[in-house]
Design a binder for this molecule. Structure first.
Ligand SMILES: Cc1ncc(COP(=O)(O)O)c(C=O)c1O
Ligand SMILES: [Zn+2]
Length: 402
């Protein structure tokens, strides 16, 4: 285990890593820092070939000390698919989609939960609480069940109903709030103060990002350590994009990639786009988005705690932030299914809407390597698809196909 310390990206204060910890005293999230020279001396690309296809193959870059504390459901090494049909249609022959719909619990949230719950177990945490838009709650409830940690999950009443069941079946305590994730966050905040529970809210503990950064490692490895030109990410709380940026910087630091960072694109819905607004105004922090609402429910985060880190990742890579409309997101969801056989979640579909616009605007050039991040399976969002069908009586014949 090569963790050296925890660091505040805002005020640069440092903290030791072997005690449960939440935010810096200045209110910023903390980032895990490693002895990079030791990692460079110990890890190798060749060694990866003989390791299992899960995210623990990058164990030198991960914060868990003892193997026995690893809580795994087989997460990681999701496919990086070439979208040949859509690529042809869009004039983008090098268009890829990383499919996180294939991971335990059906979304990329499993990565953060696997590493977060493993580290919580290692640090002796018995009860944790978190607000969620649904997928993170499902993932953390599952990994906590395996880890023997009690999870208390608070989610908006409007979150897709599947998430309730996913949380409830694990035996976690579930509460619904008539409000947004920000309201759920306030409730959790009061409870952790009162009861002394660990707060596993987005970015209020440092280890979730470490799981998410493995998406960046995998993209690099799957493209034979040649980084793509553009990665397009559906951004809510921002941990995914912050994690990918952190992971790619670490690979750059130990010389596994050539240092040309992909341009990172944060996609949001026009119904909740605080990061896009901040980027358009060249600000370094976002402003609370009023009346947030979108079909891409995971993107309903009106004021991400890590907004400044998301914006830094975009600015430093010469990326951009783009808002797409809900009806466009649903069209893209259909397109991915009809052209590529992929039933993706609305959040993931938003990346295709963004790619199409960026190609039209000339921001993406036709020969560039572009990776869309599909963060979850459409199977968790059955109500996002309307179905028209003809009901038959048993004696009726099928019509000819058109
Ligand atoms: C399917 C899906 N995609 C994307 C996001 C946004 O993730 P992040 O918080 O990493 O920006 C979420 C968050 O709930 C989600 O559930
Ligand atoms: Zn600080």
């Amino acid at each position: 285990m090569f963790v050296s310390h925890l660091e505040c990206p805002k005020c640069k204060a440092t903290f030791e890593s072997e005690k449960p910890i939440q935010l810096c005293q200045c209110g910023s999230p903390l980032l895990v820092r490693y002895h990079m020279k030791k990692i460079a001396g110990s890890a190798s690309k060749d060694a990866l070939n003989s390791r299992k296809p899960d995210l623990w193959r990058y164990r030198e870059f991960l914060p868990v000390r003892k193997e026995e504390n690893i809580v795994s459901l087989g997460e990681g090494m999701t496919p990086l698919l070439r979208l040949t049909n859509l690529g042809h249609e869009l004039g983008l022959p090098n268009l890829y989609l990383k499919d996180e719909g294939m991971i335990p619990t059906g979304t990329f949230k499993a990565r953060g939960a696997a590493v977060g719950a493993s580290r919580a177990k290692e640090l002796g945490i018995k009860v944790l609480a978190m607000p969620t838009n649904g997928n993170a709650g499902g993932a953390w409830a599952s990994y906590c069940a395996k880890a023997g940690i009690k999870a208390v999950i608070v989610m908006p009443k409007n979150a897709p109903a599947i998430h309730r069941r996913e949380v409830a079946v694990t035996g976690a305590d579930l509460f619904l709030v008539d409000g947004l994730i920000s309201d759920a966050g306030q409730i959790v905040n009061r409870a952790v103060k009162k009861y002394g529970w660990f707060d596993a809210s987005t970015l209020k503990e440092p280890y979730r990002i470490e799981g998410k950064k493995t998406m960046g490692f995998e993209i690099a490895e799957q493209l034979n350590w040649k980084l793509p030109d553009v990665i397009i990410y559906p951004t809510g709380g921002g941990v995914g994009i912050i994690g990918i940026y952190k992971g790619l910087k670490e690979l750059e630091e130990i010389g596994w990639v050539d240092g040309r960072m992909p341009r990172l694109v944060a996609v949001q819905s026009t119904g909740c786009a605080p990061i896009v607004k901040a980027w358009e105004e060249r600000r370094t922090e976002s402003i609370f988005w009023q009346d947030a609402q979108t079909v891409a429910f995971g993107l309903t985060v009106p004021k991400p705690l890590g907004d400044f880190l998301v914006l830094e990742a975009i600015y430093n890579t010469k990326g951009c932030a783009i808002a797409v409309q809900d009806d466009d997101i649903l069209k893209s969801q259909r397109m991915l299914a009809t052209r590529e056989g992929l039933f993706v979640c609305p959040e993931g579909a938003a990346t295709l809407s963004a790619a199409m616009r960026l190609v039209r605007e000339g921001w993406i050039k036709s020969q560039e390597n572009v990776v869309l991040l599909n963060t979850g399976t459409g199977l968790k969002y059955p109500e996002s698809v309307t179905v028209e069908f003809i009901e038959l009586r048993p004696e009726e014949d099928l019509p000819e196909v058109e």
